[in-house]
Design a protein around this ligand. Structure first.
Ligand code: RB5
Length: 141
């Protein structure tokens, strides 16, 4: 189960992500927002992050205008490792090295073509399980 959260700046791109997850047959829970009306991104970051931190969802995808505010907010929730990624290399590396459990993107930064590739890489790349990465993640916690 994938937790989704966005603000008005990310709403349009999130609709593309939702269509893509449905095409892939992946289950998701949408924690909002639900339109392009102006809202406060910390509300949706927290709702989706809580779902991941509690184990209700395995991973999450967050989108705001830049991806910055929503990732900062999600990372305040203990147990959340939200990675802001706008390229495929970072999306792969953050799964392998950081075991990131939430992906954040900015809809005003990248287009849907790249965003959906990043989503696929983030969802499909396993954690390396290397001792040094496990140690470093433990140090963050
Ligand atoms: C909303 O205008 C914008 O500030 C928000 O989507 C995000 O970019 C914040 O980091």
């Amino acid at each position: 189960m994938i937790a989704l959260g966005c603000d008005h700046g990310g709403y349009g791109l999130m609709q593309e992500v939702i269509r893509h997850l449905e095409d892939r047959g992946l289950e998701y829970k949408n924690y909002g927002c639900y339109s392009e009306e102006s809202v406060d991104y910390p509300v949706y970051a927290k709702a989706a992050a809580n779902a991941v931190a509690s184990g209700e969802c395995e991973k999450g995808i967050l989108i705001c205008g830049t991806g910055i505010g929503i990732s900062i907010a999600a990372n305040k929730v203990p147990g959340i490792r939200a990675a802001l990624c706008h390229d495929c290399f970072s999306a792969e590396a953050t799964r392998q090295h950081n075991d990131a459990n939430m992906l954040a993107m900015g809809a005003r930064v990248i287009g849907p073509g790249l965003a959906l590739k990043i989503v696929d890489i983030f969802l499909d790349t396993p954690f390396s399980n290397d001792e040094r990465h496990i140690r470093r993640i433990g140090m963050i916690e």
